[in-house]
Design a protein around this ligand. Sequence first.
Ligand SMILES: Nc1ncnc2c1ncn2[C@@H]1O[C@H](COP(=O)(O)OP(=O)(O)O)[C@@H](O)[C@H]1O
Ligand SMILES: [Mg+2]
Length: 251
Amino acid sequence: MTKYSQLIKTLEELDLLKTKSYLPEFLDKNKKNSDFLISSLEYILSLEVEDKKRRISENLIRTAAFPFRKTLDDFDFSFNDSIDKDYIMDLATLRFIEDKKNILFLGNPGVGKTHLAVSLGIKATQYKYSVYFTTCHQLISKLNKAQKENRIDKQLQHFAQYKVLIIDEIGYLPIDRQGANLFFQLISKRYGKKSTIITTNMTFGAWGDVFNDNILASAILDRLLDQAYVVKIVGESYRTKYLAVNKKSAG
Ligand SMILES: Nc1ncnc2c1ncn2[C@@H]1O[C@H](COP(=O)(O)OP(=O)(O)O)[C@@H](O)[C@H]1O
Ligand SMILES: [Mg+2]
C-alpha cells in the first residue's frame, strides 16, 4: 500500500471525510512537499487511530465484566503438559468467532480454564468483538429472575447478542429445572450464530446430574459440541503449586 492510500484509509477510519475530500487539492497546492506532508499527516493521525482503538477496547473490556485481566502472555505453558500451546495459539487467532464455533475447557479446579477463557475474551475485545463473562450460577440467577419478572424474552435476547459469551464454572452448583430450561433456550438461540466459551469441572457424562435432567443435558451438549473445540486439561492445580511455593518461602 502506498503512503497516500494508507493516509486515505486512516482518514476514513477516523471519519474525517471532509479532510479526505480536501486532501488532493491541498497536496496539489503543495507539490514540493507532498511526500513529507503525506508522511507527517499519516504519522500524527495513526496516533489518533491507536488511541481510538484503545478506547473502544477499554469500553468492551468494561462491558465484558471479566473477573480479572490476564492474557495469554501471562500463561505459563510449561506448567502443564496437557495444554497444547499451538492449539491455544490457533484459538487466539479468533477464527472460532468468525466460524461461530464454541470452545469448552474441561478440567479440575485450578488448572487454568478461566484464565484461558478470559485471555481469549480480552483478545476478542481488542478486535472489537462484543464479549460477556458470567459464571453459570450468575447467568441462571439472572434468567430465573427475568422469568419471574416477565421479561425473559428480552433477557434471553440480551445474552444471545454477544459475539462471545463466556459461561464459567458449569457444574460447581446445582441448577434447578426452570434454570436448566432457560439455559437450553439461550444455547439454542446462540447455536450456529455466536460463539460460546464454557469452562467446567464435570465430564460430559455428568451433565445429566448438573442439569437434573439427562435429556435436557444431552440436548444442550448436542448444540454446544456440534461445532466446538474441546480442550481437556489434566494435571495439578496452579493455585495449589503457587500456594505451596509461597508457604515454603514464608516458612
Ligand atoms: N499455566 C498457568 N500459568 C499461569 N497462571 C496460571 C496457569 N494456570 C493457572 N494459572 C493461574 O492460577 C489461578 C487459577 O487458574 P484458573 O484459570 O482460575 O483455574 P480454573 O478456572 O481451571 O479453576 C489463576 O490465578 C490463574 O491465572
Ligand atoms: Mg475457573
